[in-house]
Write a protein that binds this ligand. Structure first.
Ligand code: ZN
Length: 219
């Protein structure tokens, strides 16, 4: 059936009721959720007996108000320090720099790293107006100066922005006596650490390479 230039004839309401639209609009603001997905999730929340929307709303509120970034590394914490930074058994010999808090547990699950972490909170992205000041870079430099790690491992995404951030950090850490390394590639291009399977990540960690100060791309 072809629609005319004026569109199909409509006799009922042409859009969903405002509460449904409002819910779908909020869902659509979430990362990775497009218009269709937002409608599907909204439909589930308002019509499925299994949805428990009040529980979901409560969990969102509890997480948003009960979590804060660790003052030292930026990982999720319920107190000033996260469980890693508060653990005296975790040495400060190595600092592994990641983009997001969700990158840490995949590395933990490889069972091969016992140092501390540092969460940048993203990566440099001029198009999105994310520069060094928007990331936890100053905090990293302070930590390196204070904690004197033997190694700083840059475990960032293998895409253009991840590379640019790695390059920037290598320069920013040029004066540090710490060995600066990056995890080996073999991670899916464009994929974050949270998408890598444990074996790939374990190999990427084990195969990390030094980044000489004058060859920041580590080629
Ligand atoms: Zn921490």
């Amino acid at each position: 059936m072809r629609e005319t230039a004026a569109g199909p004839s409509r006799h009922g309401p042409q859009d969903y009721p405002a509460p449904f639209l409002g819910l779908a609009r909020e869902l659509r603001r979430l990362p990775g959720i497009g218009a269709r997905s937002a409608e599907r999730i909204a439909l589930f929340l308002v019509s499925s007996r299994d949805a428990r929307p009040a529980d979901l709303a409560a969990a969102i509120s509890a997480a948003a108000s009960g979590l804060r970034p660790c003052q030292n590394c930026g990982f999720f914490a319920t107190d000033d320090l996260c469980a890693f930074c508060a653990d005296p058994a975790r040495g400060g010999r190595e600092i592994c720099v990641v983009e997001q808090p969700t990158d840490i547990l995949p590395i933990e699950r490889t069972g091969t790293f016992r140092g501390l972490y540092h969460v940048l909170g993203g990566r440099l992205s001029p198009l999105d107006h994310i520069g060094p000041d928007e990331l936890r870079i100053a905090g990293l430099l302070e930590r390196v100066a204070r904690e004197h790690p033997s190694e700083v491992i840059l475990a960032l995404s293998a895409d253009v922005e991840g590379e640019a951030t790695t390059h920037y950090l290598r320069q920013a850490l040029a004066a540090s006596p710490a060995r600066i390394t990056r995890i080996a590639h073999g991670l899916p291009a464009g994929g974050g650490l949270d998408h890598a399977d444990p074996l790939t990540l374990q190999r990427a960690l084990a195969g990390r390479v030094s980044l000489p100060a004058n060859d920041p791309a580590g080629a």
